[in-house]
Design a protein around this ligand. Structure first.
Ligand code: SF4
Length: 479
């Protein structure tokens, strides 16, 4: 893709990006607006495109739009030309595999002899190319290059051969990687979570409706009640208002993505029994214990470092201040060709508050650093406003390796921390000092056991086999 045209957010665009939110609602009354509200709640998980697919009593109809949920769907809501029906799924897309336009957006819909099937998927299927080649040889046509289209066609093929239960199970034996998905087969709905549980998936009730969601916050916003997480490897069937576990595929270990707690998920979500806000608060506390520094004020990089900066300051009994104003109306822009334009883009989004910054020794807290370019610009900005010292504290460990499970960090050369000491990274971003949280500190902060977490991008050792990479443990699935 032409890098000049790539979407770029001056603050968050250079952070790792999540790929997608999924929603499924099985109700008794028109469901579009509920799915729309849930997708708006989960907008942070993908801003490229959104889609909704709804069963109208006879067939499944889909509507996909570019850009933000509110902007994309509004004209259709105003004209009352949205899909009708009481059972539906939704999707927000950030692409990590395949195309970056509306054609690659979910939900994917196919018409089969067993009825219409639609799927919303969050994650990344690591072996989708070989499955696609195999299916192509068998005559299955593909419209996109996405892993989700491959997943849906594989499931459809196995369902046709073996029925729904055995078909989904067979597909899960074939699929590798991460997937939290909601599948519709006509008026039946299925929640499917991969056996390692990389990405979150939760179930709840809103009145008489059953809701499946990437995050619990969407259920809260709809005024519902969270029932429980869909367990790793579990397949739930929702039909006629009932929810039942169809089967569970067990792996020898769980592998929840640590980045959900560090950055991706909303702080008001509870994922696999852990409140994200609480984890983020602990990240700041442990960072303070591991890397205190004498300074006048602690300021966050908004919004990603806010909770961690607050707890860092509280733990060390230091002053906490909002030293950077974030312009919430600054739109996503394109990558600017020159340094000057890029600096302007950062300033448009962030501006220092002079009285907080001038003449001060500052601790600048953020959740993570990938490339270091944004941090360098923020440090420069603070220096230009008269900061005396800038000590960068990062509330997660160094990212040194790619992600293969649904996060947009694909190449090693982008990581500023790879083969650099903390001092070298500090110099690179222009700070007076820089420190990361340790991996032990991260694990303590999240509150899950090490063996339940994926730490692949921090250690370079992955929970499942990835070509050319080290595996952290031998993992076998039990079917
Ligand atoms: S490699 Fe990193 S970003 Fe990817 S799933 Fe594992 S912890 Fe998450």
């Amino acid at each position: 893709m032409d890098s000049q045209l790539q979407d770029y957010d001056p603050i968050n665009g250079l952070k790792p990006s999540e790929n997608c939110a999924v929603i499924g609602i099985y109700g008794n009354e028109p469901v579009f607006l509920k799915i729309y509200t849930a997708l708006r709640t989960l907008q942070h998980r993908g801003q490229e495109a959104s889609g909704v697919a709804i069963f109208d009593g006879n067939k499944i109809n889909a509507l996909k739009v570019d850009g933000l949920v509110y902007e994309g769907f509004r004209p259709f809501i105003e004209k009352d030309s949205v899909p009708k029906g009481s059972i539906g799924i939704g999707h927000n897309r950030y692409s990590t595999a395949g195309m970056k336009n509306i054609t690659g957006a979910g939900p994917f819909l196919i018409y089969t002899a067993m009825g219409d099937m639609a799927i919303s998927h969050n994650g990344e299927i690591t072996n989708y190319e070989s499955i696609r080649d195999d299916l192509k040889e068998k005559g299955v046509p593909f419209i996109t290059k996405t892993d989700t289209e491959v997943m849906l066609n594989l499931i459809a093929r196995y369902i046709r051969q073996r029925g729904i239960k055995a078909g989904i199970r067979q597909a899960m034996e074939t699929l590798q990687g991460s997937y939290s998905a909601v599948l519709m087969v006509q008026d039946r709905m299925y929640a499917i979570r991969d056996p390692m549980g990389f990405r979150p998936l939760v179930m709840g009730r809103v009145g008489n409706d059953i809701i499946i969601s990437s995050e619990s916050s969407a259920i809260d916003v709809l005024g519902g009640e969270v029932i429980r997480d869909v367990q790793p490897g579990e397949v739930l069937e929702v039909y006629n208002g009932d929810v039942n576990t169809l089967f569970t595929v067990r792996a020898h270990r769980i592998s929840h993505c640590m980045f959900e707690y560090v950055y991706f998920a909303r702080p008001d979500s509870v994922i696999d029994g852990i409140e994200v806000y609480n984890s983020r608060y602990n990240l700041g506390v442990n960072l303070a214990r591991e890397s205190p520094v004498e300074a006048d004020v602690v300021i966050p990089v908004p919004d990603s470092g806010r909770t961690q900066a607050l707890s860092y300051a509280r733990e060390l009994k230091m002053e906490y201040s909002e030293g950077l104003f974030k312009n919430r109306y600054s739109e996503r822009t394109f990558i600017m060709p020159g340094d000057k334009e890029r600096d302007t883009a950062v300033k448009l989004k962030l501006n220092p508050i002079k009285s907080v910054v001038q003449g001060k020794r500052i601790v600048l807290v953020d959740d993570s650093i990938v490339r270091g370019t944004t941090m360098r610009r923020i440090v420069t900005l603070l220096r230009n406003f008269g900061a005396k010292e800038i000590h960068v504290r990062i509330a997660s460990p160094k990212i040194i390796a790619p992600c293969y499970f649904g996060v947009d960090m694909k190449t090693r050369d982008q990581f500023v921390a790879l083969n650099r000491s903390d001092e070298e990274v500090s110099k690179e971003v222009g700070a007076d000092s820089l420190a990361y949280l340790s991996i032990d500190g991260l694990i303590r902060s999240i509150g899950l056991q090490k063996k339940s977490l994926c730490l692949g991008c921090l250690t370079g050792e992955y929970p499942i086999k990835v070509n050319g990479e080290k595996e952290d443990v031998q993992t076998t699935l039990e079917f």
